[in-house]
Design a protein around this ligand. Structure first.
Ligand code: AMP
Ligand code: ZN
Ligand code: FE
Ligand code: FE
Length: 286
């Protein structure tokens, strides 16, 4: 079996701090056999990442991370082995981008009202050309301009759900997000389930499974052993495979390392990726 893998990483195409090629280089240098690039709401980083993977001889899986709205808030859905040219995917991403543009403007307005001097242009510049712009970029500008001590402080004081400058995103429903991933030929995986309120987690997983979910991200830096065991048991009972990854963001999440998570706590064997490939092959045969 090939070496370990990391199935969750961000680049400058969304809110990571390293360009796609550098993320792949880092994964290769860390001894990984495969890396999935899963930027928020964009496939813009994939061509460079795939090309760098071919050059270095590391397998790069085309991925994406979509947001969806459920009854108790937001959840994230990872798509793997997606075709970036898919019409359904392109359409959903274009819509999300329009929502985000409106929302970012509203957040900046609220921050201005709260006495934080910053402009939308500064936020766009922070994200760079063509990137999916979101709250992490706004947080970086707030820190740089002295309105917050660090990224976490910016979220806690201004940007987190329920905080003064937060504006909810208009998201797809989970079922619609799963459908978009399937239409693009991919596998749909629930990202970092620790973010879902514990009491409703089991019921939500069942619901998502009925909506066509394929897998659950179990191996994740912020999941302790107990949660990993519980999630694995639930996934198994629902016929879902498990996945894992670091959620690498470079300097925007400095404690998280590619391939190993936080403090060396997350390792994903190749067998996890093999199981996904088998599931995909079975579906494409069916
Ligand atoms: P957005 O897509 O613009 O809503 O930004 C979502 C991203 O912001 C997530 O992927 C996290 O990286 C980050 N984030 C969301 N909530 C928090 C929080 N409470 N503290 C720190 N980072 C957060
Ligand atoms: Zn992110
Ligand atoms: Fe996420
Ligand atoms: Fe992520």
């Amino acid at each position: 079996m090939p070496g370990p893998v990391d199935l969750h990483a961000h680049s400058t195409a969304s809110d990571g701090s390293l360009p796609p090629r550098e993320v792949v280089r880092l994964a290769h240098a860390a001894g990984l056999a495969a890396l999935a690039l899963t930027d928020h709401d964009t496939t813009a980083g994939l061509p460079d990442a795939l090309d760098e993977g071919r050059r270095l001889g590391i397998e790069v899986i085309p991925g994406i991370e979509l947001s969806a709205a459920h009854r108790h808030g937001e959840l994230h859905l990872l798509g793997y082995f997606i075709d970036p040219a898919s019409e359904a995917l392109r359409e959903a991403l274009a819509r999300t981008l329009r929502y985000r543009a409106r929302r970012n403007a509203l957040i900046v307005e609220r921050l201005n009202d709260l006495g934080c001097a910053l402009t939308l242009a500064e936020v766009q510049q922070e994200a760079g050309p063509g990137a999916t712009v979101g709250r992490p970029h706004i947080a970086s500008v707030l820190v740089r301009k002295g309105h917050a001590r660090n990224i976490q402080d910016a979220f806690d004081r201004y940007l987190a759900e329920g905080a003064a400058a937060n504006v909810p995103k208009e998201n797809l429903s989970p079922a619609a997000a799963i459908r978009v991933v399937h239409d693009a030929g991919g596998l749909a995986v629930l990202a970092h389930p620790f973010t879902l309120a514990a009491p409703s987690r089991g019921a939500l997983l069942e619901r998502l499974a009925r909506d066509g979910l394929d897998g659950v991200e179990v191996l994740y830096p912020k999941h302790d052993e107990v949660l990993r065991r519980n999630l694995a048991t639930q996934a198994e009972a629902l016929g879902l495979f498990i996945t894992g990854g670091s959620d690498f963001h470079g300097e925007r999440k400095p404690e998280t390392r590619i391939g190993t998570g936080i403090g060396n706590n997350t390792h994903v064997p190749y067998a996890v990726l093999q199981r996904m490939k088998d599931a995909l092959a079975a579906r494409r045969r069916a």
